[in-house]
Design a protein around this ligand. Structure first.
Ligand SMILES: Cc1cc2nc3c(=O)[nH]c(=O)nc-3n(C[C@H](O)[C@H](O)[C@H](O)COP(=O)(O)OP(=O)(O)OC[C@H]3O[C@@H](n4cnc5c(N)ncnc54)[C@H](O)[C@@H]3O)c2cc1C
Length: 543
């Protein structure tokens, strides 16, 4: 960096000649311009080996510039370029801002006067071993619900990212480089260096290359929900030639994607992790040409003649001949004082695999007694010092598969506390303790940093129009269940009964956990997704 263009051009030329194959040489004519270039490099995850700065410059002296550059790249080695008359001042600066060298102008011949100094700078930098970070960077607060939600979103979409605490030095450097304060967190920096302050998941999805917008206005089959049922339907629909689009609110995989080990899915005798299974299904569906949109929440379904239209949360729409509701179920909230406030800050729904490293050596509590809670206990037993299952019922056998109970019994750091309910969660910035009550009425407060909740689920169907009939718990009714004393549902327009997986709206089908009476299993969800596609064909052939 030198304010004399002739000098900066000449030194850049000499540096490129010697280092240009391995290093990028960036030149600037003022301190502010050079700092802008450094900020951009910081956001792009670049590394800076050495900075050479002119000592005497009008707007910002070389020393001031190097001081600020050190805030962004503390490992970069630094040298001042000085005229002979400024030598004393430059030597003084070496002590003030920890400059490694000073170089006298002119530096001819560079082989003797420039390269030996720069070689030494570069070698010292290489020895310090600065890592290159080319993936997405997230800066946030450890105990903040929005920061947790962003990490969870990226992890569930299998987008690699690097996490930085907003109060860690590197986190502060990234916030500085983006010109943002701590109130901008979570700050997401994309691999090309674009900073996004407290973005929505849809903004992040678009920025990291996940598809979020449909390529067409109209499809044969529109699938809502990217769990096993939706993915099953996408594979069969697309492979059988239907123009198929799948819309997922958060991340493809659904509940199954959160399962640490699925042991009972056909064809996997050694079990398979849910994210592996569903990632394969996603790639299979994409291979057959299904479009998969992430981070898009469907908020309305309308019947328009023979078309079925859905609306997204941002108001945009897409339509199809047929729709498959595969929206599964969502966790039922744990109703106890303090839980809502501490969700994402020590209280988590589902197994929240991103939290596993933070549980190392800690006591972890899991609420629930079904298979999902058991699997989570097995998973966290590998990380935490001790895992306690808090089970409302008097025995695990009532709600958990035999094979899981046996697995848990063999783990020395897993305990089941039956007949126990959680009555409160306590903590200021994060979860610090929980209150529990045993069946005999004894109350106790337990020190707790992590509480994972698995207490059953409810279907997220409140947004559906009233024409789509649901049972009293919100599960979607289909097929013969819609007939009351042999009568078809009100508003039914076709001269036939609803097909097995068809809802009270012709051409709208339901599959998987969201369907009333369905078996809540991965295999049955996949099977229903496939079966729904054959019914879609039948519907399209006859209408
Ligand atoms: C931790 C855990 C472990 C489990 N382990 C096993 C096991 O070992 N074996 C087994 O057989 N089963 C297991 N299950 C059950 C199994 O995962 C479910 O039965 C299965 O995932 C249901 O699939 P689905 O496609 O019907 O719904 P889900 O998997 O619930 O998927 C529904 C998807 O729809 C999306 N969605 C919802 N509403 C909207 C909307 N409005 N717009 C857009 N998208 C929306 C959701 O985000 C979700 O991704 C487990 C469940 C859990 C939670």
């Amino acid at each position: 960096m030198d304010d004399d263009p002739a000098v900066s051009r000449a030194i850049a030329r000499d540096l490129r000649r010697r280092y240009g194959e391995e290093y990028q040489v960036v030149r600037a004519a003022s301190g502010p311009d050079a700092l802008d270039a450094l900020r951009e490099l910081k956001l792009r995850g670049g590394r800076v080996a050495a900075i050479l700065a002119d000592y005497r410059m009008p707007r910002m002296s070389g020393v001031d510039f190097l001081e600020q550059a050190m805030d962004l790249f503390p490992r970069a080695r630094r040298a001042l370029l000085t005229a002979y008359s400024d030598t004393d001042a430059a030597i003084a600066a070496i002590n003030v801002v920890d400059v490694d060298y000073y170089l006298l102008k002119p530096w001819e011949p560079p082989e003797e006067k420039l390269y030996p100094v720069v070689d030494a700078l570069v070698e010292a930098w290489q020895a310090a071993g600065e890592p290159e970070v080319t993936e997405v960077k997230v800066v946030g607060h450890r105990w903040s619900a929005p920061s947790y939600a962003m990490r969870d979103f990226l992890a569930r979409n299998q987008v690699p990212y690097r996490w930085y605490g907003a109060d860690d030095p590197e986190g502060r450097r990234l916030l500085d480089a983006a010109g943002m304060g701590e109130d901008a967190v979570p700050l997401v920096v994309t691999p090309d260096g674009t900073p996004l302050a407290a973005p929505t998941t849809a903004q992040v999805a678009g920025a990291v290359g996940l598809a979020t917008a449909p390529a067409a206005d109209f499809y044969d089959l529109l699938i809502i929900g990217g769990g096993p049922a939706g993915l099953g339907a996408a594979v069969y629909g697309a492979s059988e030639g239907l123009r198929t689009v799948l819309v997922e609110r958060l991340a493809v995989g659904g509940q199954a994607g959160q399962s640490s080990r699925i042991e009972n899915y056909l064809g996997f005798p050694d079990g398979v992790s849910g994210d592996q299974l569903t990632d394969r299904a996603r790639r299979q569906a994409a291979k057959f040409g299904a479009e998969i949109l992430s981070a898009r929440d469907v908020t309305d379904l309308q019947v328009r003649g023979s078309a079925r239209a859905i609306r997204f949360a941002d108001g945009s729409e897409v339509a199809a001949h047929t729709v498959l509701l595969a929206t599964g179920v969502s966790y039922r909230p744990l109703d106890a004082p303090g839980v809502a406030e501490l969700t994402g800050r020590g209280v988590y729904y589902g197994s929240a695999a991103t939290e596993a490293p933070a549980c190392a050596g800690e006591d972890v509590y899991i609420v629930g007694g079904a298979n999902s809670a058991g699997q989570a206990a097995v998973f966290f037993s590998r990380h935490a010092a001790r895992v306690t299952l808090l089970v409302r019922g008097d025995s695990l056998a009532r709600s958990m598969s035999h094979y899981l109970i046996e697995q848990l019994a063999a783990l020395p750091n897993v305990y089941a506390r039956t007949g126990t309910v959680v009555t409160g969660a306590h903590g200021d910035q994060r979860l610090e303790a929980i209150s529990v009550r045993d069946a005999d009425g004894t109350c106790e407060t337990l020190k707790a940093g992590h509480l994972f909740v698995f207490i059953g689920a409810q279907p997220p169907t409140g947004w559906l129009c009233p024409q789509v009939r649901r049972d009293e718990q919100g599960f979607v009714c289909t097929g013969a269940d819609l007939l009351v004393e042999g009568h078809r549902p009100p508003g039914w327009t076709l001269p036939r009964d609803p097909y097995h997986l068809e809802t009270s709206v012709p051409g709208v089908f339901a599959a998987g956990d969201v369907r009333a009476g369905s078996v809540k299993r991965v295999a049955s969800a996949v099977g229903e997704g496939a079966m729904a596609v054959s019914l879609v064909h039948r519907y399209l052939e006859t209408t």
